[in-house]
Design a protein around this ligand. Structure first.
Ligand SMILES: Nc1nc2c([nH]c(=O)n2[C@@H]2O[C@H](COP(=O)(O)OP(=O)(O)OP(=O)(O)O)[C@@H](O)[C@H]2O)c(=O)[nH]1
Length: 126
């Protein structure tokens, strides 16, 4: 099972969400930015590193939500969500196709990676 952290990034009352590129696994699915935890790395260090690499932003890590375990046809994932607050940095998309800033009520409209759907449902209450 791979362990992946993902970030629910709050910017001025909206949530930043990203669309995977055609070249990534789960192409064109929407997700919360993040990635696989490397050995010797804490979850929080991983979030900070991934958000800098993928989006060029710095954040304040605030709250860990309930992890989701999900089996895709070819791999199993433990997806660990953190609520974070945007602090600084111009957003530069280094890997994703696009991003959107949405209200929580707008999130369910997107075509999410399957593992993310329970997380989208959880954050209706944050
Ligand atoms: N970052 C991120 N990954 C997610 C989410 N939901 C989800 O199923 N994943 C899956 O978690 C895996 C690890 O994410 P990653 O961002 O490191 O993906 P990657 O491109 O390095 O993976 P790859 O090299 O296997 O294609 C990917 O297979 C991705 O599809 C999510 O919300 N955020």
């Amino acid at each position: 099972m791979i362990e992946v952290v993902c970030a629910i990034i709050k910017i001025n009352g909206k949530i930043l969400v990203t669309q995977r590129s055609e070249k990534m696994s789960l192409p064109l699915k929407w997700e919360f930015p993040g990635g696989k935890i490397e050995s010797e790395e804490t979850e929080v260090d991983c979030i900070r590193r991934e958000l800098k690499e993928e989006l060029n932003i710095d954040v304040d890590v605030q709250e860990r939500l309930d992890p989701v375990v999900y089996s895709y046809p070819d791999f199993k994932i433990k997806l660990i969500p953190y609520v974070v607050k945007y602090i600084s940095g111009n957003i530069i998309l280094n890997e994703h196709a696009q991003y959107k800033l949405l209200n929580i009520s707008e999130l369910l409209i997107l075509d999410w990676a399957e593992a993310d759907i329970p997380i989208v449902n959880q954050i209706k209450t944050i």
